[in-house]
Ligand binder design. Structure first.
Ligand SMILES: [Zn+2]
Length: 137
């Protein structure tokens, strides 16, 4: 009864699991997929952004999710502007690293709250006791 969708190709963008299906169940709309550009420079840009190490990416495709609105030439989003490049993937691990860093405020307080004030108090006491001792002489 149910149509079993057949996968044709998948999106090569890092972390994306979108597939293009040949026969789709009713109501399911395939994403638009875009082949890698023919221009070698632009092709390399796409490869870099998608972190593709495989030698042949001529027939690789990525889906519409990875482009800014401005990259499309029409509202259907099935055509890209000839200079379009995919968005750079966000890396959550980078954010965690930033959160683990100590607050700069706290650190400078520890450094500045020195024993220097405590030391100077000690010095005063020493001087005072010395003068008391030397008094009777
Ligand atoms: Zn995708």
């Amino acid at each position: 009864m149910d149509v079993v969708p057949r996968k044709k190709y998948c999106c090569k963008y890092p972390g994306c699991n979108n597939w293009y299906y040949i026969n789709t169940p009713e109501g399911f709309v395939n994403k638009h997929f875009f082949v890698f550009p023919k221009d070698p420079t632009q092709h390399q840009q796409w490869r870099n952004i998608c972190k593709i190490s495989s030698k042949n990416s001529d027939f690789f495709r990525i889906c519409e999710d990875h482009f800014d609105e401005s990259a499309f030439v029409n509202e259907k989003k099935d055509r890209l502007n000839f200079r379009a490049v995919p968005l750079v993937p966000t890396e959550p691990s980078g954010i965690h690293l930033l959160e683990d860093l100590p607050h700069p405020d706290q650190q400078s307080k520890i450094d500045e709250d020195p024993s220097s004030s405590a030391l100077s108090e000690e010095n005063v006491n020493v001087v005072g006791s010395l003068s008391v001792v030397s008094g009777p002489l």
